[in-house]
Design a protein around this ligand. Structure first.
Ligand code: PBG
Length: 334
């Protein structure tokens, strides 16, 4: 122990913990609704709410419902929404070209949010082809099913420009292709979209925690094999720093680590090394684990939600993408 400290019994670390006011006064980390990004799933139709079995408590909403969720977010003080489309099966194709359609679900949802809320809430859009491909991979594939890097990046640029033209505020490439951030940044500049941010899913792992998400966007039944030739090996941490360095050098405004809780060591290393805004995605499987524990009578939801969010902030996150966002904001007294 450092010489700056007294020794027991002059030092009693329990002293400052003995009352609620004192604990509040000594708390090092605060969470507030401003720390939350709320992921939402969009589906066709109007007045439609489709519950997602593997994500109890989360639904897909038609565009009108998305606008209603956006108003709710504003009322709760949640600054940003993350959109994911459940594309109709007949609009999915080998090349994912629906991603380039200016009237696709994503673009309609962006415009509806803008109409409903103006600039009162940010819209973050996922860039990757998996909600649009008939094979469920995030990019274009060759005859062996290998995901092609440079050909995919070309489509991702088109997808990004399409989303930006519809009014997206933050482009979030989740595809893990090499070199995409730089090319997207340059294309946005050229298109006069210099203020559109890029939040790079920089350290995204090939994780077993994405299962319910793939149900939500309807790609789980389509996906053959895995995503290990582009998403990172969960065993690696040095490589995460290289991924982050690469995306920052190409012009990312902020970076993301994904999944969340099992990768807090990565959040901390990235934050200490780069001193940039770092976000974490508490992914679908993490949400499902909490809900399963609650359903089994093994956990207190509210306490778990707040404790996990506090852990993200303590590790160095600027914010967290979480399916519990609205519930958490209410717990925080929004
Ligand atoms: C796909 C994408 C995934 C998630 C966000 N974007 C799934 C995947 O990579 O297969 C997962 C989010 C979650 O599990 O909540 N580009």
């Amino acid at each position: 122990m450092s010489t700056h400290h007294a020794a027991y019994p002059a030092l009693r670390l329990r002293r400052t913990r003995s009352t609620a006011w004192s604990r509040a006064m000594h708390r090092e980390t605060q969470v507030s609704p401003a720390d939350l990004i709320w992921p939402l799933f969009v589906t066709e139709g109007s007045g439609v709410e489709e519950p997602i079995a593997s994500l109890p408590g989360v639904s897909r909403w038609s565009v009108d419902g998305i606008a209603a969720r956006a108003r709710e977010a504003v009322a709760l003080g949640i600054p940003c929404l993350a959109l994911f489309p459940n594309t109709q099966p007949e609009r999915r194709s080998e090349d994912g070209r629906e991603a380039l359609n200016p009237d696709n679900l994503m673009c309609r949802a962006i415009r509806a949010i803008r109409d409903a809320c103006g600039d009162a809430v940010g819209v973050l859009t996922d860039v990757a082809l998996d909600p649009y491909t008939s094979h469920g991979q995030d990019g274009l594939i060759d005859a062996e099913g290998y995901v092609l890097n440079d050909a995919t990046v070309e489509v991702l640029v088109g997808q990004s420009l399409n989303q930006a033209a519809a009014g997206a505020d933050v482009i979030a490439p989740s595809d893990m292709m090499d070199g995409r951030v730089g090319v997207i940044r340059a294309a946005l500049e050229e298109a006069g979209q210099g203020n559109v941010q890029i939040m790079a899913y920089a350290a995204k792992y090939a994780s077993a925690f994405y299962g319910p998400f793939r149900d939500a966007v309807g790609s789980s039944g389509l996906l053959k094999g895995d995503k290990k030739t582009y998403q990172m090996d969960p065993a690696n941490s040095e490589e995460a720093l290289r991924e982050v360095a690469m995306d920052l050098a190409e012009g990312a405004d902020s970076v993301m680590v994904k999944p969340g809780l099992p990768y807090l060591d990565i959040v901390r290393r990235v934050k200490e090394r780069f001193e940039v805004p770092v976000f974490a995605y508490q992914v679908s499987g993490e949400y499902a684990m909490i809900e399963a524990a609650v359903a089994a009578g093994a956990a207190d939801r509210d306490a778990m939600v707040l404790e996990t969010l506090t852990a993200f902030k303590r590790a160095g996150c600027s914010g967290v993408l979480t399916y519990h966002a609205a519930h958490a904001a209410r717990l925080m007294g929004a």
